[in-house]
Design a protein around this ligand. Structure first.
Ligand code: ARG
Ligand code: ZN
Length: 849
């Protein structure tokens, strides 16, 4: 925590460090409140640097001793680090510091979780371990010795030597300090093995607390599939003798790609059919892949500075979504990704926190691990691939790995390989990295004499710090259907570069129906007042699965908006079209389940706001209820059929096929519950033998207000399983009726099993509060006040998680003046706390604008 005014760091200020690090030796003498860290680091002057100041980062360290070439050094220590006079030639720096992992509740640097030691160094946590140039462009080989009375002592790289109470590791691959990791504890391993494409045997392990052995098999398989896939699709082979994964209960994020020693939030790796849902399994598979893929995109090729974060994160998210599409269903994955993008990235990009995929300034880099850097960063790569084609992309990636292996790179390096391979000029495309905000795309059409013309206009509204926007390169995938529903023009990629641009299609016998932005080929808002008939037509006939879903989604959104705005009844044409689709058992159950999920309340609030209507959360909630009730009544006779198709009779497998069926079954159950008051849900709950069925039943019982017994039974069954109890906390708030949400969050935060030091538990309660739209936005402001109270408390312990959760307030300007005033007051109350962290200070001040 800093008392001084927060400093802003700028991309344009980059300068290389004045020294290169040739070797790092670290010794850890572990003790809960007095761990000693001894470092011996070989430095040499960096010929490429002009600034020769010897500055080492260091925070919350007690310096015991410092030497240069064996003689006492004379460092000047500040709260951010130290400077020291050094010789003008290679030298050895030695330091001994003391740190206190036990009291480290920020979960950054070396900390303790359930008696085990672990680390989180990205982005700037290594400076809480020892004095070091803690920046990603300083890369070195590490040798680590760990001394402590723990059976398991792990670090990066390959095991070097070990004995009673100590172990040594050596990582032969130069890496930045953010990829350093250490784990020590009373752990057991779930072993595995993998033979790489060149025949090298790799030892695999998932390290867990005793008792979790039964939750590792799925993660281990996911790891092997990821390793194989990266060889087959990207030609990337693993490069150490061993690959370790460790599950940690207290973790701020999902997981971390430390070289050879990935550390995971237990919720992102541990799974069993009894305790995890299909969605948990899919997420775990994706995160394991994501962290593994970082070994090449992130570790072997890393970032020059933290402004380049999307270089590794956008690319790695893109790679993990390709992997999931290959392992499961590509259209379902695409639809899910777009739902997620619109649910998390669009609100960010369209509000006060909007920032470019490559930000140009920050105060606290942890605040930029955002949906924009990750998910929009991945979309940008998807567009690039569409523009250069699959072959161009493959060649560019080959060149990227060949040219930049072992380097710390920039977005300029990344784009240059595409330019070199394809001969394209990507100057304009680069605006995707520097311009923030979601472009809006308007469409006009014209048909005469067999020629059909589409005229697009693009416009990006101003965002914080960027008043003027320039046209971006938009790959627009288009198909045309004739009035019979036949596709007359197959998917064609239009490349839009101007503010306004027309494209012609010739020799068409009649005016076609356009299917625009197929596969969501660019992350834009398509502003098109397509007629209801046209949407119904596309819902029935579009050959592009994404756009077929999109047509249904548009109809649902328009109908819900009319219900909120004018008190209209649910759109019968939509319900008819949806019904036809639901009856079509040739269609993937997962796809049909997705068709049944309408836009979220928050998405509707944004859409109304953009339409000039002040969104009323209660009215939005009511409209969704009415729509669901109407669907239940309309599809009454169809529900048993859907429930039947949603049933799985084989033994539980978390694969795409089975989980798609269960998703359809769950969607049917939720409508059924509106008719039978929870009878079917109770039955399903009573005989469920997997968590997917148990949880979907519980969720319906909670929504129906018939939950008292089931909630208790669920608790008693699972009270010893912390990951399941997280679900128990979250669901009681997430699925509750709006008027109960705040009271439940209050009551649950007083439950003996509530532990605010554990980010998963804190998020289970207060993340669920913030996500229950109508509950959080309760008119009297009680939701805002409760969240603010707890964020203030948490900030003193864990700034990173606090700051992230402040984004619950980012949409405050959408709402009526009364709610706005209440949210503003909550934000100002947070801002006025005397010792507020740098993380939270930056977030709150950006949100307030
Ligand atoms: N690099 C990690 C991942 O994407 C995320 C770690 C973020 N940590 C943080 N403190 N911001 O998998
Ligand atoms: Zn990542």
């Amino acid at each position: 925590m800093k008392d001084a005014a927060p400093q802003t760091i700028y991309l344009s200020d980059y300068t290389p460090f004045g020294f290169v690090v040739e070797e790092v030796h670290l010794t850890f003498r572990l003790a809960p409140t007095s761990t000693r860290v001894l470092s011996r680091i070989k430095f040499a002057p960096n010929p490429d640097a002009t600034d020769k100041t010897f500055f080492l980062h260091g925070e919350d360290l007690k310096l015991i001793a410092a030497k240069i070439d064996g003689k006492p050094a004379d460092p000047k220590v500040t709260p951010e680090g130290l400077t020291c006079p050094v010789p003008d030639k290679p030298f050895v720096w030695e330091a001994e510091v003391e740190i206190s992992p036990q009291t480290n509740t920020a979960l950054e640097g070396l900390y303790m979780s359930n008696g085990m030691y672990c680390t989180q160094c990205e982005a700037e946590g290594f400076r809480k371990i020892t004095y070091y140039p803690d920046r990603p462009d300083v890369m070195s080989v590490f040798t680590v010795r760990i001394e402590g009375p723990h059976p398991v002592l792990l670090s990066n790289g390959n095991p070097k030597d070990s004995g009673d109470g100590w172990a040594e590791w050596r990582d032969p691959w130069p890496k930045p300090s953010y990829l350093f990791a250490l784990v020590a504890g009373d752990l057991v391993n779930f072993p595995g093995a993998f033979t790489t494409c060149s025949g090298k045997d790799v030892e695999l392990n998932i390290w867990i607390r005793p008792g979790d052995e039964g939750k590792c098999a799925f993660g281990m398989e996911a790891l092997k599939k990821s390793m194989r896939w990266d060889e087959e699709v990207y030609g990337r082979e693993y490069d150490l003798d061993i690959f370790n994964i460790v599950a940690v209960d207290d973790f701020n994020m999902g997981a971390m790609e430390n070289k050879g020693l990935n550390v995971f939030n237990s919720s992102a790796v541990l799974a069993s059919p009894e305790t995890s849902t299909d969605m948990n399994f899919e997420r775990i598979e994706a995160i394991i892949a994501h962290e593994y893929f970082h070994n090449w995109t992130g570790n072997r090729i890393t970032c020059r500075d933290w402004f380049q974060l999307c270089l590794k994160e956008g690319l790695t998210v893109f790679r993990d979504s390709q992997f999931t599409s290959d392992m499961r269903s590509a259209p379902v994955k695409r639809i899910s990704d777009v739902i997620d993008l619109r649910g998390r990235q669009f609100p960010e990009d369209q509000g006060p926190l909007s920032h470019p995929v490559r930000p140009e300034s920050f105060q606290e880099i942890n605040n930029f691990y955002t949906a924009t850097v990750y998910e929009k960063g991945a979309e940008v790569i998807g567009m690039l691939k569409r523009l250069v084609g699959d072959e161009g992309y493959a060649e560019a990636l080959e060149l990227y790995f060949a040219r930049h292996d072992g380097q710390a790179c920039t977005i300029e390096d990344w784009l240059k390989v595409f330019e070199d391979v394809t001969g394209r000029d990507l100057t304009q495309f680069k605006r995707w990295y520097s311009q923030s905000g979601t472009p809006r795309l308007k469409v006009a059409e014209d048909y005469s004499d067999g020629t059909y013309t589409l005229t697009f206009t693009q416009m990006t509204p101003p965002t914080p710090g960027q008043d003027e926007k320039l046209p971006q390169v938009l790959p627009i995938a288009v198909g045309l259907l004739n009035p019979n529903g036949d596709e007359v023009v197959k998917t064609t990629l239009l490349e839009m570069t101007e503010a306004e641009q027309s494209f012609e299609f010739h020799n068409l016998a009649s005016k076609p129906v356009p299917s625009l932005l197929r596969g969501f080929s660019a992350p834009v808002v398509l502003d098109r007042t397509a007629s209801r008939e046209e949407q119904v037509f596309l819902l029935a006939h579009d050959t592009d699965a994404f756009n077929r879903w999109e047509a249904g989604r548009n109809l649902a959104r328009n109908s819900l908006m009319a219900m909120v705005r004018d008190g209209a009844a649910p759109d019968q044409a939509y319900l008819d079209g949806l019904g036809a689709l639901l009856r079509d058992d040739d269609l993937d159950p997962a796809f049909r389940a997705l068709m049944l999920s309408g836009p979220s309340q928050s998405e509707l609030a944004q859409a109304l706001f953009e339409d000039g209507v002040t969104p009323d959360p209660d009215a939005i909630w009511q409209a969704k209820e009415t729509m669901a009730d109407t669907m239940a009544a309309t599809f009454r006779d169809l529900l048993p059929k859907l429930a039947f198709e949603g049933k799985v009779t084989d033994a539980y497998e978390p694969n795409a096929e089975q989980s798609g069926k269960r998703a359809l079954g769950a969607a049917a159950l939720s409508l059924m519950t509106r008719l039978d008051g929870g009878e079917a849900a109770q039955k399903q709950f009573d005989k469920a033998d997997n968590m997917t069925l148990q949880l979907s039943a519980l969720s319906q019982l909670i929504q129906a207000g018939k939950d008292a017994e089931a909630v208790q039974a669920f608790h008693d069954q699972w009270k010893d399983d912390r990951l399941v109890i997280d679900k128990w906390f979250g669901l009681q708030i997430g699925a509750a009726q709006p008027d109960q949400v705040v009271d439940r969050a209050k009551a649950l935060s007083a439950h003996p099993a509530f532990d605010m030091k554990n980010p998963n538990r804190f998020r289970a309660v207060f993340g669920a509060l913030a996500m229950n739209h109508a509950g959080f936005h309760r008119k009297d402001g009680a939701g805002y006040d409760l969240l603010a109270d707890w964020l203030i408390k948490l900030d003193a312990m864990n700034p990173q998680t606090t700051a992230r959760m402040c984004s619950a307030f980012q949409t405050w300007k959408r709402y009526d003046t009364d709610r706005q005033a209440k949210m503003k007051a909550a934000l100002e109350r947070i801002a006025s706390q005397p010792k507020l962290s740098r993380d939270t200070t930056e977030m709150v001040s950006r949100i307030l604008g």
